[in-house]
Each structure stands twice: as structure tokens, then as C-alpha cells.
Design a binder for this molecule. Sequence first.
Ligand code: MN
Length: 286
Amino acid sequence: MKLCFFDDNRFGMVDGDAVKDVTAVLDRLPALRPPLPHFDPVIAALPDLLPALREAAAAAGPGQPVSATRFLPPVANPGKVVAAPLNYLAHHEETVADPATFSRAHVNRIQESGLFLKAASSIVGTSAGVALRFPERRNDHEIELVAVIGIGGSAIAEADALRHVAGYTLGLDMTLRGVEERSFRKSIDSYTVLGPWLVTADEFGDPADVGISIAVNGQERQNARTKDLILSVPALIAFASSFYTLHPGDILMTGTPEGVGPVVPGDVLTAFVERVGTVDVAVRAA
Ligand code: MN
């Protein structure tokens, strides 16, 4: 099942080239009042909502074309965005080889440096595009497979980790290069692009060998497979949850392969994650 938020905060199920409006299913969510939870209420309730979602999609008619749909972030209220630095060996090597571009503080191996966090407020959907705040500095694309936590947990065993995943989506971990802290440079508004939809884990299958790629204005920059991740998706979940509790809706950006490069206002990024799809993301000046 492919789920999305679209247009005017509608909730949808993607069926082939059509988006079917299943917004009414959200009426089944429990009412919330402060203190609000640290998790995303839709993702937390997803297992319970599935039968109603299937019924609503079947009754929704033909839906609207994907091509005429504005896609918002597929997870509306994630508590945190966990991201993996230098999680492909060849990308690690390109950063070590170019200290003028890549901060020296960040060339340790991922097992030593750990993971980092991005502000949830940096998330946009694929249709919103990326707004560069410092277009005179170097801003890079990073295509990544993204796992969305479904069942929360702490100290999750690697062997049990995929059971905790609600689904997968495509992510761009946009990066302003420079000497500031990594989370500061990567938390600019719109520097976490997610979407266009969430593919539920049952439909997506094993994330162990998934193709990902990105082209800038039609020229391929990155093309890799997740089998070359240093820490696999289950290993990342185990690593992250050994430090903090993961909650439903938490976003796990699994890392980017070699070939990161600059983008400038006016560029169009064509991003691909196998089993999610291909989507164009526009770059502009903020
Ligand atoms: Mn990244």
C-alpha cells in the first residue's frame, strides 16, 4: 500500500497512476490534547486503520492523477529525523579525499561518529522543492532510502529490527557544506525532502538490496544499491535505539552513496528509489 498526504492536507492511497482520497479514515484517530505524544498519530494507528483504508480506497472512485497531485510529506508529524553519516564506503572515501569540501570533523567511520539528528521542521514533500538559503555557498544533494518507524522501541535487536518499520520512502538529505555543526547545516527549512508517498513495509519487502539514484538536470550524479550500506537498515535501527527510544513515525535516513555534488537555483533533481518510484524535485533560492 502506498499512502500520502496531498493537496490541501488530504490523506490518500496511491493506486497505479491514481491518488484516491481516504481522508475520512483519519476521523478514526483518537482526539489529542496536550501534552501531545512524541510520535506520529497516523503511523502509530496504521495497523488498526488498514481495513478502513482499503474500504475507503475501494469506495473512492477513480481518484485523481498522480501527475496532477501536489505531494506533502508522507509522515505529517514525525518526532525526530535520525540520519546516518558516511554510510557507504565509497562516499566515505570521497569525503576523506576532499577536506576542502568535507569538514574534517566528520570523516570518522559511522560506528565511531554515531548518527545525527535533523530538525523535523526541515521536512517538506517532494512537490514543495528545496529552497536554498545560502545559494552562494555549496549545497549538495544526497539521495537516500528512508525507513519510517512503525512500532517504537528501545534497544531493539538487529534481528528484530525490520518488524519495527512501518514503511519506506524516498529522501533527500540536502546539505549546506561548511564548517558549522552538521545538524545545523542540514536542518535548514526544506533540506529534508520526503516522499512522494510511504510504501508500507509489507509491500516494500526487504530493504537489503534496493537501487537508489539521482540526476541533476538529466545528468546522473549518484547511483547505488543499499547492499553497499556499511550499517544496514536493521543495524541502523539497533544502533539508533541503543541511544534513544524510537517512536512511530520517526524518520530514519539511511545514508547517501558516492557522487554527492552541488545544486543551484533552477536545477531539477530527478530522484529514484526502487519500489518507491521516480520524482522530480525543483531547487530554488529561498
Ligand atoms: Mn545523508
